[in-house]
Structures are given as structure tokens and as C-alpha cells.
Ligand binder design. Sequence first.
Ligand code: C2O
Ligand code: CU
Length: 525
Amino acid sequence: TLASMPSWLTAAESMHGMPILPPRPASANFKPDVELELFCQETEVAVLVGQKTRVQQYSAKLLHGPEQTLTAIPGSFLGPVIRLQKGQKVRIHLHNQLSENTITHWHGLHVPADVDGHPMYAISSGQTFVYEFEVVNRACMAIYHPHPHEATATQVYHGLVGAMIINDEEEAALGLPSGEFEIPIVIQDKLFDSQNQLIYSPGMHGSMFGFYGNRILVNGHPEMQLEVASRAYRLRFLNGSTARIYKLAWDDGTPITVLGVDGGLLEQPENMPYVMLAPGERLDVWADFSNRSVGSQLVMRSLAFSGVVPAMGMGMMRSQAYGLPVGSDYPIFTARITQKVTDSTKLPSTLSKISRYSISDSHNPNQPVPITISEGHMQMLLNGRPHAYNDVQDNERIPLNTVQLIEIFHDQGGGHGMSGMGMGRGMGMGGMGMMGGMMAMAHPIHLHGQSFQIVSRSIDSANEGGYATVNQGFVNSGLKDTVLVMPGETVRLIKPFQDYKGLFMFHCHNLEHEDMGMMREFLVE
Ligand code: C2O
Ligand code: CU
């Protein structure tokens, strides 16, 4: 039935008409405060007991700048933490030592279009691309990961992902836990074969639902045990999975104390019963173990929920076959208290001041820029179109230095004419009952460039799928760059488009969806 795959595959192919650009060189008049080399390479690492695992890996070398710029995560094969200060000028030489094309995107950073990792800048094996930018973001945790055409998911899955932490003075004044007490928590799911090698075979099902593994790795470790002292920690979560969405909660019912999200600190800490973390999203957590006794432990779990994949869909069947159904309950990591210490670090009651826009500040208060998600015909589309080069539509053109009201609308077939069409016809899926809303699933939508504010979320109760099982887990008060849009949900946001002209992508951060064309771009002009 692969022969009956729809026409959008060919449409996505049209992006192959992309110009092959020469790799960007260093510019003579850019004077970096920090300069580093970043290598994308293939290597073998010990992940499971026994045979080593072939992975793709970022490694880095500091050429010039403060020593704390690079810190490896102990024992991890993931990329080192790149720590930058607001205001620094940064030059990064990306060396492609893979046997395939790649390019790196700084997810969450506001940088010029030519150094944002657009797939048209992908370099081939052996080439070097030079990034130069100034850090203008406030303190936050960004991600660095590949973004080559149709190969983002496989490269991230095979290990090319890392955390980039931005610090600024406002945050430093808070005295939050730092050094060994600030721990990145990069969560990924993987599937291994009997030789300990990674299996990645999304195929047709993956294009619909994403690829799911059956083992949870934290910082590259299965069954992660975190040894902690009886004091406060700052845990910096990043969902580095290609498709899996987590509903994070402490197993003893302790609320999750949220300090920040994608775009940095909240104004005040917020206690949440659980937090939803979709691919591409980050979460900054205050974890206080000070009242716990040595020998005790606390487990972070992903709790059961529904509505993120179709109840009857192939994705569910497939992930059940893998032994770790999406939306089931399973552990992420265990924190073991191994040491008694006295520590006076206190949770600040005020964290930050977020400068916000109101709808009336926007260029288009009565006419939001639409981002329409549609599912049907086995397609996952944005604004009714697959990604293609040189295909910017009128409503994807944004005047420079404007603030835009954007409405992400998850079309459930209520009149926009996309979903429900012809489902089950000629797809070789007879009997799956995948009609109309049954196809609906959640999509984490990511917009490149500046962070946005969420101004409203509303759910179409006639079409909701599992909303009640997740909706207390959204942190809507902070600045975001990725937002999980549930089936039947409409999310309004306000986003500035300042400083830089050019093409800035927006896409589903279910990376299988992205690679299959669920990506468009804004032309800022
Ligand atoms: Cu994290 Cu365009 O991606
Ligand atoms: Cu998606």
C-alpha cells in the first residue's frame, strides 16, 4: 500500500529544488567574545550493558572565551552544555563529519535568518559552516539540534541534540542552584535491537504518529538514577524525543515547582500537579530535597493521559507492540538522596519581570495570522500545504518589526474541508476505523525566532480528545517557543518579529511530522 501514499510526498520532494548554497564563511569584521568548534560525528558509545551503540554525536572545542562555555554532561553521549551570556558575540564553526548532510539550529535563540539553521543552508560531509550571532535572548535554556531537509528526526534520534543555556544578570542575582546543583535532564525514548543498536524505522506509521521507542533515556542513560544531596536543585528539562509527549509528575504527589519554560523564567514560581512536556519544550524546575532523609528516593514519572495519539490509531498499536504505550504510566528517572547537607538556598518568591505585549499592541488585533493544523488523507499539513521551497503564501509574509497576533487552529473537519476526507480509502488500513476525528492527535508547534506569549487557549468540547487529562499541565504564563496544541484546540499567541528579515520556519516538533512536510515558513520583510 505504500504505492498509494498521497501526493504530498512528492510535494515535499519539490523542496529538493532548493538552491545549494555555499557554506557560510567567517566574516572579518565580526569580533567574537566566544568562539568554538562544533563537530557532528559518528561514534560508538556504551549505553546498555554489553555491546556499544553506534550514535551520532556533537562534540565541541572552545577556541576562545570563558572556560565555563562548555561542560560535558557526566557520562553522557549527548552534546555538551553550551553556556552563553546575554550580550556575548558568538562564532561557532560547525564541522560536518557525518556521511550525510546536516545543519544546526539554535532552537529558542533569536538570531539572523542566515544563521538560524534553515535546511537550505545544509552542508555536506566534510564541509564547515560558520555561525556568527550576538546573544540577545534573556536567560533561558535553548536547544541545539540538526535541521536538514527530511532528516531532522533521524539525526536527533541518533544523538545529535544538546542544551544551550543562556545566562543574564537578572537571573544571576537570584542565586539559583548552579554548578553541580543545576542538572540538565534531556529525555528521549529509544528502541534497541538485540545487538544494542538503535532501531529507527518510522515508515508509514511514523509519518502519521511519529516514532516511539520502548526505553526512556535521560542524558543518554537508561533507568537514570540521580544521586542527590538533601538540598535544593535546579533541574532543567528538555524533551529531546522525536514524538513522545510526557506528563511529568513526582511519584509521591509533591507538586512540580516550575521556575521557567522555553523562553526563560516565569515571574513567580508556580506549583503544578504535573507538567506536559512535548518534543522541543523545556522546563525549569526547583527540586527541593532538603526535608528528605538519606536513603529515600523520589521518582519522576510520566503519568497516564489520552488524546495525544488517536485512540484507535496505528501509533498506539505500534507503541504497544514496543511495550511502552504513549500515554501510559512509566518512570523517567529516580532521584536518590545519598547525602545529608545543610543548605540555605531558598526559593525566591519573585523570579523575573516579563515584558508583555497586549493584543492591542499587535499589528493585526482583529485578524490573527492563521496557522491551521489539518490531518486527513494521511497528511499532516500547516495552512493546508506541505513544506516546499519558495512557497511563501500571503498570510505567511510578516512586516519586519511588527508584533503579530497568531491563531493556531487545530482543524477537526469543522468546515475547513481538510480532515475526514477520504480517510480509510485505499490506505490499506481497512477496519481501523480511522475516520475524521479519530485521526486527531496533539502537535507541538514551534515557531523560530523570538519567544511568544500565549494569550488564550480554547477547546472545542465536541471534538476534544483527552483534554481533561492534560490541561492542568500547561504552563501558559511564561514565554514559549513551542506549544502543544491538542485535538480540537485553538491557541492564540502574540509574537514579535523584530530585528532580522528573512525566512523563519514554523513547524510541528513531532520531528517525524516535520520531516514529512508539516513545516512552513514566515518571510519577514
Ligand atoms: Cu527545534 Cu525548527 O526546531
Ligand atoms: Cu505534528
